[in-house]
Design a protein around this ligand. Sequence first.
Ligand code: BDR
Ligand code: CA
Length: 318
Amino acid sequence: MAKKIILDLDTGVDDALALAYALGSPELELIGVTGTYGNVLVGTGVANDLSLLELFGHPEVPVYPGLRHARARDGFEVLEISAFIHGGNGVGDVELPEAQREAEEKSAVDFLVESVREYGDDLVIVATGPSTNVAAAIEADPEFARNAHLVIMGGALTVPGNVSAWAEANINQDPEASDLMFRKAADVTMVGLDVTLQTLLTYEDTAKWRELGTRAGTLLADITDYYIKAYETTAPYLGGCGLHDPLAVGVAVDESLVQLLGINMKVDTEGETRGRTIGDEQRLSDERKTARVAVAVDADRFLGELMRRIGSVLQQAD
Ligand code: BDR
Ligand code: CA
């Protein structure tokens, strides 16, 4: 039986790739997308999710709008660097056809809480934006922290951050929320920059999507090429764009793609290291580890899986 999955996305180019990866994975049943802010405003991200689901041939997947800003803030504005990397509209300034339907009335947080109550161990939540929705779900229902299986794209344990020397972008948006998640949730798998910056996509790869001759193939190639180009400026030494969010979905399907280190984690919320993901010194010797951090990845195997899974979605779409 396929494992149920919810994607919590701030869509975002690599969030779009994560969505395609999930839809192209027969091991998974995507029961909903919850929207968060981050690369874009929450409304823009939700509109992107609705358009992409239609483009990828899955208009049946519901989309639930999430919280609009971090818990310690009273608003949110898209950072200049986010717009540079993902485009002003989040999808590489490519114009996507507007979706024929609206988002659900139910909130992302309610949907997360209800789904964990209903499906328990049969459900995995993959969160590839700030931890704001997840932290709110933890606070809304004590059962959520005990029973949710979370895979997050975020953080950096063995390498520097990407918005500051310490902080990775998703954690940086809402460090208090990520800290609460690491301290309270019983099962978090962290897929951070340690591994995602080893998994790279190039123009040669996206050319294969364009060659499929489908509208979805062409548009996703255009969207991703914008992101690859941005990486040529921000991290030219990599030789491609980081496959952050799709790797988190890849790990949810098959965790043997990475090596996982069991460690109790926390997030620094004060001072110059604000946003740093690091082992919690007070729980270092606890026998029970509530987080597992990916510290090595089989990048070639993952790239093969990504091309095969996303390729199958783009081929079957219009
Ligand atoms: C993460 O930040 C966002 O910009 C990306 O979508 C990804 O989730 C990488 O640090
Ligand atoms: Ca993201």
